[in-house]
Design a protein. Structure first.
Length: 76
């Protein structure tokens, strides 16, 4: 399924579209390609952020384990 959208371009976006069009694809194909690439970049960025969050949590867990293991226990 396809649908039409209206896009208002500022000067920078208009120049970028012209550069993409110069490499072959028409205006519509260039906009579609840019949207798909932006979505892929966003998805990748989320994965990197998730990985960074997991790594920080793992580091905190390691610190906690190290504190537990180095804490003196009271005599029984």
């Amino acid at each position: 399924m396809s649908r039409a959208i209206t896009v208002w371009l500022d000067d920078e976006a208009d120049l970028a579209l012209s550069q993409i069009e110069a490499s072959g694809p028409g205006e519509s194909a260039a906009v579609c390609k840019a949207i798909i690439e932006a979505a892929a970049h966003t998805k990748l960025h989320r994965k990197v952020t998730d990985a960074d969050t997991l790594e920080r949590a793992l580091d905190k867990s390691h610190e906690l384990v190290a504190r537990i293991l180095t804490t003196e226990r009271p005599p029984r």
